[in-house]
Ligand binder design. Structure first.
Ligand code: KG4
Ligand code: ZN
Length: 347
């Protein structure tokens, strides 16, 4: 017996993802069409352009996913879709296509929060790719969600039950990578570009770590300003800008802030495991530092493969599998909600 087979759609930003996931865990197809090259030309995402590209790619990606899974509509038990948070124009494409598919094929609809999707990437396995994970993550689970729009430390008590321990008080980690990438003249998106540049060099300086009033909160806007000052200093002195060294110093400061607060939260809450998710979780320096600092305390670190950290449909299919099993169904009137939050438990 296997659990439900869900066709899942992710269109919240600039990736068009469609996946087929069984039982909230097993990937049968995971197709992602990315707009990175297009947005590189403008140095960032233009929401109107992103929405039009979602419209352009959603049907071809859907068809590719069904072909990859070798599945027809008779094999699908439900349609799942990200309904927020994200860019409204992009979200609307996925939500409306999912609603139409559910009606046309008489299938239940499941609405998924994008952040919950990033967390559930930790439940995914891909036996075909030779990457089965060692079983389901244990509860309570500490989750570090680091994406272009969010930076949150979340304590997950059980499926669908979350407490927000802390979050950024200004820029998200990915946003900081993207803005600093632009300051350094690196191509969009800044995250992978900074990671590559930093890999070549020792830190050129040491940027200050931000202090926040909340023990598990983050702040990255001061760091961005410090990078700007560093760049301007070199310019004023007519010196070449040590781009790789500044990238390394910036990455070190971000990784240090993320890792130290994550370790503190893990120890304070006595979790057996820490899970990471979101595009910045693809960062190799962050993965290596967390691996070292988290496991030092006998706590397990769960690290999805990079392709499951950046936006994709499989993570939405994973979250939807557990929501579906719990009886969660969306109304046919499901709406896109750009600022959707997780349903936090009160602390
Ligand atoms: O989760 P995601 O694909 O989309 C959002 O939900 O926002 O995250 C995108 C963010 C971008 O800011 C990108 O620069 C960052 O993740 N990112 C990285 C890396 N790969 C993607 N940041 C640092 N290092 C990376 N290797
Ligand atoms: Zn994301």
């Amino acid at each position: 017996m296997s659990g439900p087979r869900i066709l899942a759609i992710e269109s919240s930003c600039d990736e068009t993802g469609v996946a087929v996931v069984v039982d909230g865990r097993r990937i049968e197809a995971n197709q992602v069409a990315t707009q990175v090259a297009l947005h590189a030309a403008t140095g960032g995402i233009v929401p109107e352009v992103a929405a039009r590209q979602q419209l352009r790619w959603i049907i071809p990606t859907l068809e590719a996913a069904l072909a990859e899974a070798g599945a027809g509509w008779d094999d699908i038990d439900a349609v799942a879709v990200t309904y927020g948070p994200g860019l409204i124009g992009s979200l609307l494409v996925g939500v409306n296509v999912a609603k139409a598919l559910a009606v046309a094929h008489d299938l239940p609809l499941v609405g998924v929060n994008h952040i919950e999707g990033h967390i559930y990437a930790n439940w995914l396995t891909d036996v075909d790719a030779g990457a089965p994970l060692p079983g389901d993550p244990p509860f309570p689970l500490l989750c570090l969600v680091v994406s272009g729009g969010h930076t949150q430390l979340v304590l997950m008590h059980d499926h669908g039950r979350y407490t927000l321990l802390g979050q950024t008080i200004d820029d998200a980690a990915g946003e900081a990578f993207d803005k600093v990438g632009r300051l350094l003249g690196l191509p969009y998106p800044g995250g992978p570009a900074i990671s590559a540049a930093a890999h070549n060099a020792a830190p050129a300086t040491r940027f200050p770590r931000a202090r926040t009033s909340g023990a598990y909160d983050f702040s990255f806007s001061g760091l961005k300003t410090a990078v700007l000052r560093e760049v301007e200093g070199h310019r004023a002195r007519n010196e070449p800008i040590p781009v790789d060294g500044i990238a390394a110093a910036f990455e070190e400061a971000v990784v240090d802030a993320l890792a130290s607060k994550t370790v503190a939260a893990a120890l304070d809450h006595g979790v057996a495991a820490v899970a990471i998710g979101g595009g910045v979780a693809a960062n190799r320096a962050l993965r290596a530092t967390l691996e070292e600092r988290v496991t030092r305390h006998g706590v397990t670190l769960l690290v999805p493969p990079p392709a499951w950290c950046t936006d994709n449909g499989a993570m939405i299919g994973a979250a939807a599998g557990f929501r579906f099993a719990a009886g969660d169904r969306a109304e046919a009137s499901l709406e896109a909600i750009p600022n959707l939050a997780l349903p936090w438990l009160r602390t």
